[in-house]
Design a protein around this ligand. Structure first.
Ligand code: ADP
Ligand code: ADP
Ligand code: ZN
Ligand code: ZN
Length: 797
């Protein structure tokens, strides 16, 4: 959706003599951009700054990166293009000097269960070659060490063409792969944790079942077991005979009569599988979802011990280490192991492997292991893993585009990230970075500051030049560049604590810690120290604890902030009342939808292996509604015009006058509160960044008071100026009775916290312990941890 603003103040003509030295953009009008014209120096590091919603993404991703992708598509043959919908050309008059763009973003890596850190970085491929050359016993080619290659033995006829003659030849084909046949290379097999279904020390009559909603008087659940005759309801479950246990857990559906009622009896495992595990997790009530998360487990495959590899692949070793052992090592340890191999016949391979593993360590990912499923990486980790592929590449004159590469990084790790960005530049590449952290802005060769505000108030270049120039200039970014949050004089007194005892998830070493309630508590530590493992793995779910994170919001492509927050309900009702028609008409998900795109506004084409492409629906021109629906108005606007408003505009619109709708106004107020005033009501959720998603979830939860919120780096995506607003919001939440626990790297948040729990001292097996707990002032005074040192430097203490 693009708007052309009738700005007549066109930028002055370019004056760079040689266009080879710059990427030139003129007349950029994607989203809120107002005829933006800039020249970006090539082979330099340019950082794009500006408040959230100012247009950084619209310029860097939706214009520059998108156009590069479109141009690459155009190089395909007409035949191939025939299968590809043409993505709309970005709204831009001139874009030249562009080199191939490689986008390194925070999109999570696919959740294919067979995708691991090792497979996505090609490190596994190198290890497979290494083992096929040096492993003893020798078991075959590299494929024999690959957990994603099954062993096959197939025979059939193939047709061989020789000149005009064809003849069928019988062929037998065998291939030895390294896949564990039992789990098919997944390493796990799905399982149910029976301990979550019942307490086996009790009998059914005593209420052994612990499944939510299973009441003792319910015919379909408890009574069908108690009165089936298959098991003794008065015997503790652990005393069941073998036959009883088999019937209890696994019996096939069987008709039974309970008090004259015909019912179907079925073993507990298939029953739970059907009634809970096969449902959509997202649409469950929270307590049901929590139960499912507890009960559905994936057990380690007993055949391969979770290594995914066949016995043969595991038997072949180099100096006592199998490929499975190598992949399970922490990468920093594996790098040492590789360094210890001295084998002239494979020297180039070893050098390349060393280089790749060292890149992991430099980028602050040395704590990962190659066998880590890629779907379990955070957005920031995924972005850095993708970076590994490029660090080893010999491409030059590529334009790399990064989206907040410091997300998830401790101040200590940012230094290393900076070095990597500079290295990419020094190889002859153009590096474009969207970033808010002053530490990264500081190393820029060139800064492009967008603004001055968000949404319609943004979309112009307010500053271009050096970091010094930015500091001296009067833009919001320039003014806040040297902002430092001060330590507070007084901190709040906790009102109780969440007691965590013996936490041992992942790298945690039996952590005992009290998380204070009724205060703002920050959990800190370098990447990989165990912060997420502690807050997500150890804080008991339920008990009013709400995790508000950056994970994708599942839902259709028609979901948007209005549908997600429930805002659309009062809006639909207001439209219906004003026009004397049904509310459902005003929903692009049901009756009112444009029949051609089903209300999506765009038509998607999935291209199999290539990324799907969207093009604007021709019927409704992206408005998503049937034409007739748009004849109904409220306060002079139709529903598609309302959905095109920003949160701030809509708050005015529904706040007073003809369209006054208090229920809508309240939701809009909360969205503005979390710093999303610039967001368009109808913007597809799929276009939101992780930080925006998290703040959207926060706004939605804020409707209910109290409880414990666990936030994951809520400053992600926030401009320095917006961080202050976030701190104000967190204060208001705490003051109104909510306990707030934040995993944070932003030092302004650390300084503002009432209590800090610092994990470390390092990452992976060098972390996993609480190295400090106390107030920020005490942390700074002690300077006993990395976080303490950085915070001391930051606050100038
Ligand atoms: P930034 O990256 O600086 O946070 P964006 O470029 O994401 O800013 O957003 C600039 C403006 O464009 C905002 O008002 C935002 O709501 C709007 N916008 C961004 N993406 C879309 C989209 N896909 N559809 C509609 N509006 C969008
Ligand atoms: P932080 O949140 O401080 O960055 P994490 O809790 O994510 O740290 O990671 C701590 C350790 O636990 C790391 O060694 C990491 O590799 C490991 N770890 C985290 N999540 C998983 C997972 N899902 N599977 C296996 N190991 C994990
Ligand atoms: Zn297995
Ligand atoms: Zn349509």
């Amino acid at each position: 959706m693009s708007t052309t603003t009738g700005s007549d103040a066109r930028p002055a003509a370019p004056h760079v003599a040689d266009s080879h030295d710059a990427i030139r953009v003129y007349g950029a009008r994607e989203n809120n951009l107002k005829d933006v014209g800039i020249e970006i120096p090539k082979r330099r590091l340019t950082v794009f700054t500006g408040v959230s919603g100012s247009g950084k993404t619209s310029l860097v991703f939706a214009t520059i990166a998108a156009e590069s992708q479109r141009m690459i598509n155009e190089t395909y043959s007409a035949f191939v293009q025939g299968f590809m919908p043409t993505p709309a050309r970005p709204e831009v008059d001139v874009l030249d000097g562009l080199t191939t763009v490689i986008t390194v973003d925070q999109q999570r890596l696919g959740s294919d269960p067979r995708s691991t850190v090792g497979t996505v970085t090609d490190t596994n491929a190198m290890l497979r070659i290494l083992f096929s050359r040096l492993g003893t016993p020798h078991i075959g080619p590299p494929g024999a060490y690959a957990f994603n290659v099954p062993s096959v033995r197939a025979s059939g006829a193939i047709t061989v063409e020789r000149g005009a003659k064809t003849k069928a030849v019988k062929e037998t084909y065998t291939r030895t792969g390294g896949m564990c046949a039992h789990c098919e290379g997944r390493g796990t097999i799905p399982d149910i944790d029976l301990g979550q279904l019942y307490d086996d020390s009790k009998s059914i009559a005593e209420g052994a079942f612990t499944i939510p909603g299973w009441k003792s008087d319910s015919f379909f659940t408890v009574r069908v077991y108690a009165e089936s005759g298959f098991v003794d309801p008065d015997k503790p479950i652990r005393a069941f005979t073998e036959q009883e246990m088999r019937d209890f857990l696994y019996r096939e559906p069987t008709k039974v009569k309970v008090e004259g009622v015909n019912l179907t009896y079925e073993g507990l495992i298939p029953k739970v599988q059907k009634s809970f595990l096969s449902k959509d997790r997202e649409s469950m009530q929270p307590h049901i979802r929590a139960f499912v998360d507890r009960a559905a487990t994936f057990a380690t495959c007993p055949e391969c011990g979770g290594t995914r590899l066949s016995e043969a692949a595991r038997s072949s070793k180099i100096a006592g280490t199998s490929i499975a052992d190598a992949c399970a090592m922490q990468i920093s340890d594996l790098a040492e192991w590789v360094r210890g191999r001295d084998e002239p016949s494979v020297a180039p391979l070893l050098a390349k492997l060393r280089h790749t593993l060292d890149s992991f360590v430099e980028i602050g990912l040395g704590y990962l292991s190659l066998d880590r499923p890629s779907g379990t990486l955070s957005g920031g980790e995924a972005q850095r893993v993708k970076m590994i592929r490029h660090l080893g590449s010999s491409l030059t004159d590529v334009t790399y585009v990064f989206d907040e590469p410091t997300i998830g990084l401790h101040p200590h790790d940012i230094q290393r990230m900076n070095d990597l960005l500079l290295r990419l530049r020094d190889k002859g590449n153009t590096v474009l970075v969207v970033e808010h952290k002053p530490e990264v802005i500081a190393i820029a060769d060139h800064v492009v500051d967008l603004g001055p505000g968000a949404g319609t108030e943004g979309g112009t270049v307010v500053f271009e030049g050096t970091v010094e120039g930015l500091r001296a200039g009067g833009t919001i970014t320039g003014r806040h560049f040297d902002d430092r949050a001060a330590l507070k004089d007084t901190v709040r007194t906790p009102a109780g604590a969440l007691e965590i005892r013996g936490a041992a998830a992942h790298n945690l070493r039996g952590v005992d810690v009290d998380i204070p309630l009724g205060v703002l508590c920050a959990v800190t530590g370098v990447a990989g120290s165990g912060k997420s493992s502690l807050v997500h793995g150890s804080i008991p779910a339920g008990e009013g604890v709400v995790a508000i994170d950056q994970s994708p919001i599942r839902g259709s492509r028609r979901s948007n902030p209005a549908t997600y927050t429930g805002l659309l309900d009062p809006i639909r009702k207001a439209f219906a009342k004003a026009n004397g028609v049904k509310p459902a008409l005003f929903s692009a998900n049901s009756e009112g939808a444009c029949p051609s795109c089903n209300g999506a506004g765009v038509v998607y084409t999935d291209l199999g292996m290539m990324a799907g492409v969207a093009s604007t629906c021709e019927e409704c021109e992206g408005r998503r509604f049937q034409a007739a629906v748009l004849d109904h108005h409220l306060g002079g606007r139709d529903i598609s015009e309302v959905l095109a408003m920003s949160v701030a505009e809509a708050a005015d619109f529904f706040g007073a006058g003809e369209a006054r709708t208090p229920a809508a106004h309240a939701v809009l107020g909360r969205l503005a509160d979390v710093g999303l005033g610039y967001l368009t009501l109808g913007q597809p959720l799929t276009t939101l960044s992780g930080g925006e998603r998290q703040r959207l979830k926060l706004a939605t939860h804020m409707a209910a008071k109290g409880g414990v919120y666990v936030l994951d780096e809520p400053t992600a995506g926030l401009h320095l100026a917006d961080v202050e607003q976030l701190l104000g919001l967190l204060d208001r939440l705490v003051d109104s009775g909510t306990s707030v626990i934040v995993v944070e790297h932003h030092q302004a948040v650390m300084a503002h916290a009432d209590w800090i729990i610092d994990l470390g001292p390092g990452a992976g097996h060098e972390g996993g312990r609480v190295v400090f707990e106390g107030t920020p002032a005490d942390l700074v005074a002690a300077r006993s941890t990395l976080t303490g040192e950085h915070l001391a430097a930051y606050t100038g203490a």
